[in-house]
Design a binder for this molecule. Structure first.
Ligand code: GLU
Length: 447
């Protein structure tokens, strides 16, 4: 899978970007897929396309001072990495999480560039956030933090420049405070953020979009091999916005989700999470920022501390939490337990070694930049609705989302099909995204 050319390229990337292992990992995954194309296409080599793609167009780092409820001054660090604007304004979420660093923002912005290209909508790639940890913060603290964060960010973004959205730790509440402050600063009601509330310029189905989209993508992967979600047991790891709506759609399609988890452990509920239990899960993180264990206590389900849900026997595994939450050991356990499909709902949740194992064992593997593109796709639809000052119905947005996920799947098959009819979706997604961004970059000259 790797080659001399990939190793030589990675040596440069690592030397130029020291201390950013997640960025190296994301670049390596793409380089492994596209290097053969670059080697056989002199125009890409001459234009140094891949070297340009790994260099952000701009990276902004800023101080975010705010005052906590005790009256003490706190200082966080804010980031916005504007990676690539060849096919549209920079687009990508904001993450508020203790793990946020420049390196993690760069990996996410790099991934986002290819993901956004796959949606077929005109969006470039970006990502931002802060090392602010929303767990345990009061509403007032979150608001003051968001206002301080936006006071600096506002000058760097705009509806035709850069359009942030939510990501881990940034949901409806945070987007509200961020948008309120932006509007105050620029004195304009404009589509500068997506994931907005429905009463102030948001799109229907945006909260559901990532979870629904992952389910649609999984359904397509299974359908291609004559399988379906109906009757399948599914393990997931997160329980935020993505996990909750994924469970909702899986239930609708006749599957059963039996786990959720967080950094402290996981819940196993063999009956499946549905009905009132699902309604409880929907608010658990998004509204209360409460631990997954609360579910186990309330519904008398099994709580397994300090472990990950990948040890539970399942047909399908869908990591929904954070990068590198599923390693080679977990992958081997899933394979040994008869798991047939793994679909990445979080960004880069599987390590490269885990991915290599899935591909070697011909497991259906849906990489994040294809499988979780539904969220940003509906963000793109929100931008269109904002530009037209119109609002589409639930059915219309959901139908468009479904159509986009079906087409992304087809594109991956087209570029990732192997002679034995297995589909390497990693290769398919990377190559298709690369072609689109690379050809736009060639057309635009050396910029
Ligand atoms: N944070 C989401 C992602 O990783 C959504 C980004 C967006 O809607 O701009 O794709």
């Amino acid at each position: 899978m790797s080659s001399k050319a990939v190793e030589a390229f990675m040596a440069q990337v690592i030397a130029r970007n020291p201390g950013e292992p997640e960025f190296h990992q994301a670049v390596r995954e793409v380089a492994e897929s596209v290097m053969p194309i670059i080697q056989s296409t002199p125009v890409y080599q001459k234009a140094r396309i891949l070297e340009r793609m790994v260099e952000p167009e701009r990276a902004i780092i800023f101080r975010v001072p705010w005052v906590d409820d005790k009256g003490e001054v706190q200082v966080n660090r804010g980031f916005r990495v504007q990676m690539n604007s060849a096919i549209g304004p920079y687009k990508g979420g904001l993450r508020f999480h203790a793990s946020v660093t420049l390196g993690s923002m760069k990996f996410l912005a790099f991934e986002q560039t290819f993901k956004n290209a796959l949606t077929t909508l005109p969006m470039g790639g970006g990502k931002g956030g802060s090392d602010f940890n929303p767990r345990g913060k009061s509403d007032g603290e979150v608001m003051r933090f968001c206002q301080s964060f936006m006071t600096e960010l506002a000058r760097h973004i705009g509806p035709n420049t850069d359009v942030p959205a939510g990501d881990i730790g940034v949901g409806g509440r945070e987007l509200g405070y961020l948008y309120g402050q932006y509007k105050r600063l620029v004195n304009a009601f404009e589509g500068v953020l997506t994931g907005k509330g429905i009463n102030w310029g948001g799109s229907l189905i945006r909260p559901e979009a990532t979870g629904y989209g992952v389910t649609y993508f999984t359904r397509e992967m299974l359908a291609r091999v004559g399988e379906s979600i109906k009757g399948k047991t599914i393990a997931i790891s997160g329980y935020g916005n993505v996990g909750s709506y994924l469970i909702e759609k899986v239930n609708e399609l006749g599957g059963k989700v039996v786990t959720i988890g967080d950094e402290f452990g996981y819940v196993h509920d063999p009956e499946g999470i549905s009905g009132e239990k699902l309604e409880f899960v929907k608010d658990l993180w998004t509204v209360y920022r409460a631990p997954a264990r609360d579910y186990a206590e309330r519904y008398n389900a099994k709580w397994v501390p300090g472990r990950r849900p990948w040890e539970v026997k399942c047909d399908i595994a869908i990591p929904t939490a954070i990068q590198n939450e599923l390693n080679a050991e977990d992958a081997q356990q899933l394979i040994d337990n008869g798991c047939i499909a793994v679909c990445e709902a979080a960004n880069m949740p599987c390590t490269i070694e885990a991915i290599h194992l899935f591909l070697k064992n011909k497991i259906l593997f849906g990489p994040a930049k294809a499988a979780n593109a539904g969220g940003v796709a509906v963000s793109g639809l929100e931008m269109s609705q904002n530009s037209m000052r119109m609002s589409w119905s639930r059915e219309e947005v959901d139908q468009r989302l479904n159509g986009i996920m079906v087409r992304i799947h087809e594109t991956c098959v087209e570029h990732g099909k192997t002679p034995d009819d297995y589909v390497d979706y990693v290769k398919g997604a990377n190559i298709a995204g690369f072609y689109k961004v690379a050809s736009a970059m060639l057309d635009l000259g050396v910029v």
